[in-house]
Every structure is written in structure tokens, then in C-alpha cells.
Design a protein around this ligand. Structure first.
Ligand code: AMP
Ligand code: MG
Length: 343
């Protein structure tokens, strides 16, 4: 298949989005930007088209897709009436990097929900994503644009390698804004359970006077025993081929010293904050930014770069676990396959 490449990096062009929306209507796959990461999308009401997303990604059939909408009427068409707390969350965090699991109407195919009676709903704030949904006139099911298990796609150079020839069109809008996938929540017993942390943090939700729980699989390794509330938690994620380890201490000097100790005599790569770059005794280093926002923005493309270095181990500086740090810890723990040291 010849993939159409639509360049919207330099300028926004609504005609081109309108043209590309026809691919969605025709039942084809389109890669498009959102504020979180790039998505690989299909008409969420077309079961066959959605099955092709699973094929293109190599995604496990029991891992449901998030459905993207661009207005509240579209939400009403696909879910049963939400309760008061769910409505409050929808009204506060949509549009934005936020996904809420709600009871699905039967119009949503089982291939999207992976046979569950719920569906993840997200209303992106990205203008291109919104217009694509608007012109398609249907909700768009879209997981992250990456082969399953690989880091999520945050820029087109990374995505083309995996999907050129496998999708009908790719809209390139340059590097995404946030860089981590949406926060996924579900309301259980009048509390909010975070199933995947993201830019909308536990603290942001608590500010509304709502009780928030963090699912134990967010920082822990799934033990294969209990049923998970979000099937994505079971799978290997984001992992480079090179072995990675995350090291953290609240005392920054102690963290730097420990990493220097661990790389001594080894062929290693260090992924660190810009301000610590010169403190490491190795030629192989990557800067990931200083703030949590910058680190979130860069982390997936960095995780894709590490395999280009011919090293035996990658040492990654860790971060606090509150605010956006929870989401970064969640992604990095998986990338490191839980190889984590806190001192
Ligand atoms: P991705 O599409 O790659 O961003 O991943 C979507 C995440 O949302 C996965 O971890 C899914 O397991 C989770 N998810 C999607 N739909 C549901 C649902 N109905 N119930 C629970 N988790 C869901
Ligand atoms: Mg994903």
C-alpha cells in the first residue's frame, strides 16, 4: 500500500485534513497527531477497519482501543448515561489528555472494546485531531502509533519506520506537545481510579474534592494473578532492546554518584537531566531536559535512540513519583523492565 504523506509541519491546512478524513470514512487507517502522542486511527464504528489497527500494530486482541470524539453529542451516541462524578470529570478535563472508561453502547464494535462492556473515551485538544474527527463525522478509535511493545510514536521519523506502507495516510505535524499518552481513569464506588497516569495528575483530580486511587499495577509489576482493570497493564511496553536501569535518590548528588559508580568499567549510556550532563564520566550520554514536562516530552524518542548506541547497559536518572513524575516513573519502569534502584 502506498502511504500518503501529509505535511502540516509548517502550516495548518484544513483542506488537507478534510481530504484525509475521507480515508477514515472509507474504512482505512490514518496516523494523526494528538497533543499526547501520535495515534493510528480508524472509524470506531467500523469493526473491520478497527481490526486492521490490531494487525498493523501487532496488538493483542484483548487490549481495547480508546475512542476519540470531538464533542459531547458524539459521546452521548456511544456511551450509556454517565453518573454525576463521571459527568464532572468529562466537563472538567475534556478536551484534554484524559481518557475515561464508561459503559459502552452496542454501537461500539467488540473489536474496539476487546469484548468488554466499557469503552475508553477521549476528546483531544489538538486542532488537527479535532478537525479529522469533525470531517470524518464518526468517532475515531486510535491507540498510540507504534508497534506493540515499542515506545509510543512522538515524531514522524520514528513512526514512518514502523508504518510506512501499512496505513493509508500519515499526517505529520512535527513533534507532539506532551509526549506521554493520556491519563486513563475509571470511576469505581464513587472514587476515581487511575489506570494509567499522564499529564492530568492525581493532584489535578483531587483539587476537585474527589477521592483518587492509584492502581497498584502503575508502579508495580503485574503478577499475572488478578484480573487487571485495564488490559494494557499486562503487556511489555516501551522497552528498548538494550538493557536499561533507572536509578533515583531524593539526594541528587547521591544519584549521580551511584550512576557513576555503576558505569565504571562498563560500556554504558547515561540518560540524564541537562544540568547533570557534565557530571558523568562517559562519552555516551543523552540529555532529557530538566523539568518533568521536558522529560515527558522527550522520553519516548530517547528510548528509541538508545539502541543506536552500541552499549551494554543504559542508566537512566529517576524522578519523584508525584505530579507528572508518576507518569514518567510508570513508563520508565516498563522500559527498564522494573530494573530500578532507589537509594
Ligand atoms: P493506547 O491506545 O496504546 O494508548 O492504550 C490504551 C490503554 O487504555 C490501554 O492500556 C488499554 O488497556 C486501556 N483501555 C482502553 N479501553 C479500555 C477499557 N474499556 N477498559 C480498561 N482499559 C481500557
Ligand atoms: Mg500504546
Amino acid at each position: 500500500m502506498k502511504t500518503k504523506y501529509i505535511n502540516l509541519k509548517e502550516e495548518y491546512n484544513e483542506e488537507k485534513i478534510k481530504e484525509t478524513a475521507k480515508e477514515i470514512v472509507a474504512g482505512n487507517l490514518v496516523i494523526f497527531p494528538t497533543e499526547t502522542v501520535y495515534g493510528i486511527g480508524a472509524n470506531a464504528l467500523n469493526s473491520e477497519a478497527c481490526k486492521n489497527i490490531f494487525k498493523a500494530k501487532g496488538r493483542a486482541g484483548d487490549n481495547p482501543l480508546i475512542v476519540h470524539v470531538n464533542n459531547f453529542d458524539m459521546i452521548k451516541q456511544i456511551i450509556e448515561e454517565p453518573n454525576e462524578l463521571e459527568k464532572k470529570l468529562l466537563n472538567t478535563f475534556c478536551p484534554g489528555p484524559f481518557t475515561i472508561i464508561l459503559k459502552a453502547k452496542s454501537i461500539i464494535p467488540k473489536s474496539v472494546t476487546a469484548g468488554l462492556d466499557t469503552v475508553g473515551i477521549r476528546m483531544p485538544s489538538n486542532k488537527i485531531a479535532n478537525k479529522l474527527i469533525e470531517y470524518a463525522g464518526v468517532p475515531i478509535a486510535a491507540p498510540s502509533a507504534n508497534v506493540s511493545g515499542r515506545p509510543s510514536g512522538t515524531k514522524i521519523e520514528d513512526i514512518l519506520k514502523e508504518f510506512d506502507g501499512k496505513v493509508s495516510a500519515i499526517i505529520d505535524a512535527g513533534m507532539v506537545d506532551i509526549g506521554l499518552e493520556s491519563t486513563v481513569v475509571r470511576v469505581i464506588d464513587n472514587k476515581v481510579r487511575i489506570l494509567r497516569p499522564g499529564k492530568i495528575t492525581k493532584e489535578n483530580i483531587e483539587k476537585l474534592g474527589i477521592e483518587v486511587e492509584i492502581d497498584k499495577n502503575i508502579l508495580g509489576k503485574y503478577d499475572g494473578k488478578e484480573k487487571v482493570l485495564s488490559p494494557g497493564m499486562k503487556y511489555r511496553h516501551y522497552a528498548p532492546n538494550t538493557k536499561c536501569m533507572m536509578v533515583y535518590s531524593k539526594n541528587e548528588d547521591a544519584m549521580v554518584n551511584k550512576i557513576n559508580e555503576l558505569i565504571t568499567g562498563k560500556n554504558a549510556l547515561v540518560v540524564c537531566r541537562d544540568k547533570n550532563f557534565d557530571k558523568y564520566d562517559t562519552k555516551n550520554k543523552i540529555k532529557m531536559g530538566n523539568s518533568l514536562e521536558k522529560m515527558a516530552h522527550n522520553i519516548f524518542s530517547i528510548l528509541r535512540q538508545v539502541d543506536k548506541y552500541d552499549v551494554d547497559i543504559v542508566l537512566i536518572e529517576g524522578m519523584e513519583k508525584d505530579g507528572l513524575g508518576l507518569a514518567l516513573n510508570n513508563r520508565l519502569l516498563r522500559a527498564c523492565e522494573y530494573n530500578y534502584l532507589e537509594i
